[in-house]
Design a protein around this ligand. Structure first.
Ligand code: HDD
Length: 721
């Protein structure tokens, strides 16, 4: 593994700040919390060797008491997550639109802490759940903290924050039996969704492969809501935030996801951790879609509606900076668990819009930290502490760290000389954008929010056939797990308003009919059924196809194989020359090679040299790798042929459309697989099976070229048959 060159990691002011709280017991005595040296940490104080323990044992009491209180409530949503430190560097081209300091100067490196997460599962649940991924970035700027608390999907399920508790109650494990864990495939979720047509666009995304990413490092991120940039003259420009990953946007397939969950539930956590440890620092570019105030009403959807995106074809994404994650946390609890994000943490130059989902979020995030982190002083926890000077008259409360001196804790004051004093706008004081609001109080949804299907259709139509099939199969799976027939029918009815082919295919898989006017949807909720019937507004849609919405068509994806993990299946007698030739070209392009052996330690090559094994075949599966290679060596291949796991490895790699390479005798191992017929039919190249027989001149290069395509999707059709 390549080790990061610590000298090349730029100085990070937040790291310096965290140093103040770090503790290392190396070469130190064991002590109590009070600093008293402990002489015996193995035995409690007793009345006689076999007698009862004594209450006076302050060492025992302190240790057990601390242990008894080690846990804090997990996050109500996004409980399962992983985080890393890094920095953000602006390109300074956004300075025209916003006065915010950290976007002005390309010489400034702003420290960041980024937490990725799933939404529905508990803290210990699998990383590979079919779910939205959280993508929350804390910028420790010189002007204070800015949190961009987004997801890997650019829109959301609901339009109004008042529905968020309902959505979360519906998707979480059901309350009577706490099942299923980290899964939306159950009745309460689909019951709610089937009665919420506004969720249909989001459902298209969550049923797509976006919900099963290959890696956190290969996900796009989105701020979701429309925010505002405010410039020096107080002019507002609407802004949508995007994160574009350097490694492209990639996913696994569903069969792979469920197998990864069994093989390595920490798959994404491990992937992020190992990439950073080995110096392969993940990178994203920050992009913005900028919309002048004057254009607010020029779209066929409302910019305030969080179930809508702005197609990149209408408003292109301008890249305004890059983010690099280059350091793993030192302590999971202190940093990843205690970090508290809040979309309301904004800076001068960045402001909110009236998106009713965002408005509700502005209340929720501080509120949740009060119970999760135990009180109002959570901003003092080192990971949450701002780097900017912080002075105010907030005082006291549980676990207060700061010792405020002087007698004044109010404003205005004369006794403290008026300090701390307010900042004028020119001095960096935050002033909310002076939007004019002239309206009556109403509990209503704007009419401009009522088209729930056009963008769901835009998303579905923009996918390749392969991606559409994945959506269909995901819906068949999810609704197949639903036990109440009326819920399935309602869902198919809603899908028919997105796309008839989609509805029909899902209905076929479920063995039901698509509802028609003659045979309408059974709402299953008695006399109120009519109230829930949804009549979509007919809107003229301007964007019919958007390639940016498809992961396969996405132009930001390069053919890089950097950090891709390739399994080499080997046993004693393997040809070291064959291993080294392939390994050399792969590593030169930044990929990682793992020797998978028939034992856990080392194997002997055909020339009797020792080759270190990275993993025993018994402990890994093809789903943990991006591609597989069988080096030459007759004895090695013969031994592998006897191992069912080796054949299963190749069959799974084939099924999941991964590139498979085999050198000379290695090809004989492929003859024992389900896809051996491909070899005789010479359908090997277009099918991503690269053998040294067929590509003798440029064997290794062909393997790399095909690997750069991520998957050989064309294979999927005949795998299914
Ligand atoms: Fe939220 C956590 C993202 C809607 C209430 N949310 C949370 C996290 C992310 C998001 C990434 C995890 C942060 C971390 O890693 O600690 N949430 C979103 C996005 C939304 C959204 C992109 C829609 C656009 N959220 C949303 C609504 C509400 C909440 C409408 C409430 C009205 N979210 C919360 C929360 C959480 C949270 C309950 C749980 C833990 C936390 O805040 O700190 O307050």
């Amino acid at each position: 593994m390549r080790q990061p060159d610590k000298k090349n990691i730029p100085e990070n002011l937040k790291q310096n700040d965290l140093e103040k709280n770090k503790s290392d017991g190396t070469d130190q005595f064991l002590t109590t919390d009070q600093g008293v040296k402990i002489n015996d940490d193995n035995n409690s104080l007793k009345a006689g060797e076999r007698g009862p323990s004594l209450l006076e044992d302050f060492i025992l009491r302190e240790k057990i008491t601390h242990f008894d209180h080690e846990r804090i409530p997990e996050r109500i949503v996004h409980a399962r997550g992983s985080a890393a430190h890094g920095y953000f560097e602006a390109y300074s081209n956004a300075a025209k639109y916003t006065k915010t300091g950290f976007l002005q100067d390309s010489n400034v490196k702003t420290p960041v802490f980024v937490r990725f997460s799933t939404v529905a599962g508990f803290r210990g649940s699998t990383d590979l759940a079919r779910d939205v991924r959280g993508f929350a970035v804390k910028f420790y700027t010189q002007e204070g903290i800015f949190d961009l608390v987004g997801n890997n999907i650019p829109i959301f399920f609901i339009q109004d924050a008042s529905k968020f508790p309902d959505l979360v109650h519906a998707v979480k494990p059901e309350p009577h039996n706490e099942m299923p864990q980290a899964a939306s495939a159950h009745d309460t979720f689909w019951d709610f969704i089937s009665l919420m047509p506004e969720s249909m666009h989001m459902i298209m995304w969550t049923m797509s492969d976006r919900a099963i990413p290959r890696s956190y490092r290969m996900m796009e991120g989105f701020g979701v809501h429309t925010f505002r940039f405010i410039d020096k003259s107080n002019k507002s420009t609407f802004v949508k935030f995007h994160w574009k990953p350097k490694l492209g946007t990639h996913a696994v397939v569903w069969d792979e996801a469920i197998k990864i969950s069994g093989n390595d539930p920490d798959f994404h956590r491990r992937d992020l951790w190992e990439a950073i440890e080995s110096g392969n620092f993940p990178e994203w570019e920050l992009g913005v879609q900028l919309i002048p105030e004057a254009d607010e009403h020029k779209f066929d959807f409302d910019l305030l509606d969080p179930t809508k995106l702005v197609p990149e074809e209408l408003v292109p994404v301008t890249l305004i900076g890059k983010m690099v994650l280059n350091r793993n946390p030192d302590n999971f609890f202190a940093e990843t668990e205690q970090v508290a994000f809040h979309p309301g943490h904004v800076l001068p130059g960045i402001d909110f819009t009236n998106d009713p989902l965002l408005q509700g979020r502005l209340f929720s995030y501080t509120d949740t930290q009060l119970s999760r982190l135990g009180g109002s002083n959570f901003h003092e926890i080192p990971i949450n502490r701002t780097l900017a000077p912080m002075h105010n008259n907030q005082r006291d409360g549980h676990m207060r760290q700061e010792i405020n001196t002087g007698r004044v804790s109010y404003f205005p004051n004369s006794l403290g000389g008026g300090c701390p004093y307010q900042a004028k706008i020119e001095e960096g004081g935050f002033a909310s954008f002076n939007e004019r609001v002239d309206a009556q109080k109403v509990r209503e949804r704007s009419k401009s929010f009522s088209d729930h299907f056009s963008q769901a259709k835009l998303f579905f139509d923009s996918q390749t056939e392969i991606e559409q099939n994945h959506i269909i199969n995901a819906l068949r799976f999810e609704l197949g797990k639903v036990e109440t027939p009326a819920i399935r029918e309602r869902m198919v009815g809603l899908l028919s308003l997105v796309d008839m082919k989609l509805a029909q295919e899902v209905a076929n898989g479920l063995g039901i009919l698509v509802p028609t006017p003659e045979k309408p949807i059974n709402h299953g909720i008695g006399a109120d059924a009519d109230k829930n019937k949804h009549e979509p507004d007919k809107v003229q849609v301007k964007t019919l196809i958007s390639d940016a919405l498809s992961m396969i068509k996405n132009k930001n994806n390069s053919n890089t194989i950097q950090t891709r993990n390739i399994a080499f299946l080997c046993s004693d007698g393997v040809d070291a020359i064959s291993i080294n030739a392939m390994k050399k070209v792969l590593e030169a392009k930044g990929a990682t090679v793992k020797i998978i052996g028939t034992n856990a330690t080392a194997i002997k090559s055909s020339t009797n040299t020792e080759i270190k094994v990275d993993h025993s075949l018994l402990t890994v599966s093809s789903v943990l790798f991006d591609a597989v290679f069988v080096p030459s060596g007759k004895k090695s291949v013969n031994a592998l042929q006897q191992q069912e796991k080796a054949i299963e490895f190749l069959n799974d790699a084939y099924k999941h459309c991964k590139v498979i390479g085999a050198d000379k005798e290695g090809i004989e191992l492929l003859n024992a697989t389900n896809f051996s017929f491909k070899l005789s039919n010479k359908m090997i190249f277009e099918d991503g099976i690269i053998t040294s027989d067929a590509f003798s001149d440029n064997f290794e290069q062909t393997f790399i070229d095909i690997l750069g395509k991520h998957r050989i999707w064309s294979r999927e059709k005949h795998v299914a048959k």
